[in-house]
Design a protein around this ligand. Sequence first.
Ligand SMILES: *Cc1c(COP(=O)(O)O)cnc(C)c1O
Length: 350
Amino acid sequence: MSREFAPEYIQSLKAYSSAKSEKLTGSTWLNANESPYAKEYALNLDNLNRYPDPQPENVINAYARYSNLAGENILMTRGADEGIELLVRTFCQNGKDSIAQFLPTYGMYKVTAESANVALVDLSQALLIDAPQSELLDCVGNAKLVFVCNPNNPTGNVLPLSRIEEIVKAFEDKAIVVVDEAYIEFCEEFTAAGLIEKYQNLVVLRTLSKAFALAGLRTGFVLSNPELINTMRKVLAPYPVSSVVAAIAEQALTSCNISSVKRQVSIINNNRATLINQLSACKHVRKVLPSFANFVTIQLSDKAHIAAAMQSGLIMRPFTLYGEDNWLRISIGSEQELNVVFNWLVEING
Ligand SMILES: *Cc1c(COP(=O)(O)O)cnc(C)c1O
């Protein structure tokens, strides 16, 4: 059997099922936390015979300005997902090391660890939120990387900066704390980027896929001190960013476009508040989790309501959380898309 060319730990993997890999048919897509604001970009394709800049200077400088850091603190990657992969491949030894995560959380930490033969230490969000430092240290044990998704996907909650700092400090000299800030633009005052100068063991992950409305571009950034950045560069492919991608990322990071992203964020945050009100008034919604990101996660009285939405072409992301399979994550789309959600709520309310 030709699959036996792969090591045992690869053969036993299940193919990752992302929001987009399942071949769903629908007309309203609110399952992948994408932005509803598509923008047009212009391209000059004259120099495609040349290899690109390994780390495009204009993009790095623009992101440095945007994040109040220096260029040496920034690594551009193919999405935050490549940042996760790079961290595991750089800092964890195959078959020996482990990473810690706080469930429920983003699924790629597990997928990446498993494909690198790195063990997982599964802890709870409750522990992350308020366990004493000593307990947190005990539970994390020897894990090399501690993944903290903030705001957390799919629960939407955010940790105060003081708690993040407490955690980073607790693990100084013991582990790298990776704060995944894929949704930080929706609550920017919570960013941990300002702590990078102060701590040697902090990495922040960012992306252009969510608030910046460029999920199709595949661009993310790893923010950290120059020593960790340079160590990761040893593992990163020599030309990870295509010149086409770099040209678009540069346009996305002009001060003019950043202002427009900020306006979109405030509209999305307002629409989220409206949706939360509507959800809270629906008798078939058992629980609405507070959210600081561009999605709301709810628990329904019956998961049959999810199937009904899917059948009508309204695609949202079902989850099993805390052992129950009636959870649903709804991305904050355009007002028109949210009206489709509202109509579904009216329908199930009968
Ligand atoms: C969407 C998401 C990512 C992936 O971002 P890409 O840049 O598109 O790879 C990373 N982390 C979290 C928590 C996400 O929700």
